[in-house]
Design a protein around this ligand. Structure first.
Ligand code: KG4
Ligand code: ZN
Length: 374
């Protein structure tokens, strides 16, 4: 079956068409129109600006998605849209567009939880167009993944460890008590005078530090590392996290001596130490949770899962401590917000839906919910 996905929960206007077949999902087209440039001067997403931009872009993005997949609206079997959580003015554009299209095209409609979308990015078999699909049969990701799953969700709004015993069955075993990991990256980047969104900028500066240290070591100049940040809650007995104290440590250090910020070596060292502190806690708690819950597979989800160091260090820790557990991460292009993941989650949800007929009424029933629960 062919599924249209729509995502407008934050600052990306996204649409995608996928083909679901058995337990396989193949991407036919995936369009993301980013608003990063628009929000950068404000250092974060401005909800009403985001909504205005979504409104301008949503129909062109959907048209392009359908065109690139060589499809027609009649070919679509199901419409899926992010119903929450997210910024309400932004969510409303996607949800109301999806409701209108479901009514006009007479299609079933499903609202999807944004984090469920991020989780299902792990079930997407990669790119390709309708014409190349037959030539390159996708891997059966579902069989390859294997339940139970332990998922570390790390995005701009969420940091959670979720145990997934079977499809659509979520048990949150730990979460952040304050800032989400991505939020902490963005706030620390701002303190350090780096661009929005902060995650990729911190990662870039951290990599500069790593390469500088290698140069020092090669020249036998010793290790110049001097900043040490805490690893918050790493010793706590539960699986919860806390990142706001880390941000405060960075703030105090830079407040004490503002001239530090003029020194690129300080900024790159701080970026490196901050990133490493976050990764140390995420990896330690994930391994600890895996020892307790014994999953078959550990997966990552959310925008911060694009972080190369996190991807690699988590992989190494699993290999070293729990070699029997598989490790799967989403393709980088489906780590950040996109609509393919929403369509993929919708496909698995639709297959398990007992009353498919009622989905035809969702053009009048579906509502955006900024605080939607998983
Ligand atoms: O999942 P996402 O695209 O949007 C939300 O659902 O929130 O996540 C966005 C977050 C932002 O905080 C961004 O700074 C962070 O993901 N991010 C990264 C990286 N790329 C994006 N954080 C660390 N390293 C990265 N490479
Ligand atoms: Zn997201």
């Amino acid at each position: 079956m062919i599924i249209l996905g729509i995502e407008t929960s934050c600052d990306e206007t996204a649409a995608a068409l996928i083909k679901g077949d058995g337990e396989r999902v193949v991407v036919l087209s995936n369009i993301v129109s980013s608003q990063v440039e628009l929000h950068a001067p404000w250092g974060g997403v401005v909800p009403n600006l985001a909504a205005r931009e979504h409104l301008k872009n949503i129909l062109p993005v959907i048209s392009q998605t359908i065109r690139e997949a060589n499809m027609k609206p009649q070919d679509i079997d199901l419409i899926t849209v992010t119903a929450g959580p997210g910024l309400i003015p932004a969510l409303l554009i996607g949800v109301n567009t999806a409701k209108t299209l479901a009514y006009v095209w007479k299609k079933p409609l499903m609202g999807i939880h944004h984090i469920e979308g991020h989780i299902y990015a792990n079930f997407v078999s990669g790119g390709g167009s309708a014409s190349t699909m037959e030539a390159e049969p996708p891997v059966n990701k579902d069989e390859e993944i294997g339940f139970p799953l332990l998922c570390l969700v790390v995005s701009g709004g969420h940091t959670q460890l979720i145990l997934i015993k079977k499809h659509l069955n979520y048990e949150i075993i730990g979460q952040t008590l304050d800032d989400a990991a991505g939020e902490a990256f963005d706030k620390v980047a701002r303190i350090l005078g780096l661009k929005y969104p902060g995650g990729p900028e911190i990662a870039k500066m951290a990599a500069v530090w790593t390469s500088d240290v290698q140069t020092y070591q090669k020249n036998k100049e010793g290790h110049p590392m001097s900043i040490l940040l805490p690893r918050p809650m790493i010793k706590s007995r539960d699986f919860n996290f806390s990142f706001s104290g880390l941000k405060t440590s960075v703030l105090y250090t830079t407040k004490k001596q503002k001239e530090f910020l003029e020194d690129p070596r300080f900024v790159s060292e701080m970026a490196h130490e901050f990133q490493q502190a976050v990764i140390d806690v995420l990896v330690f708690k994930t391994i600890k949770a895996a020892r307790k819950y014994n999953p078959q597979t550990i997966i990552l989800a959310g925008g911060v899962s694009a972080n190369k160091e996190l991807r690699e260090q988590m992989g190494k820790a699993i290999e070293k401590n729990l070699p029997a557990i598989r490790y799967r991460i989403p393709d980088i292009k489906y780590s950040a917000d996109n609509a393919t993941m929403i369509a993929a989650a919708g496909y698995f949800r639709y297959q398990r839906e007992k009353n498919k007929e009622k989905l035809f009424d969702n053009w009048k029933n579906l509502e955006a919910d900024a605080n939607l629960k998983l």
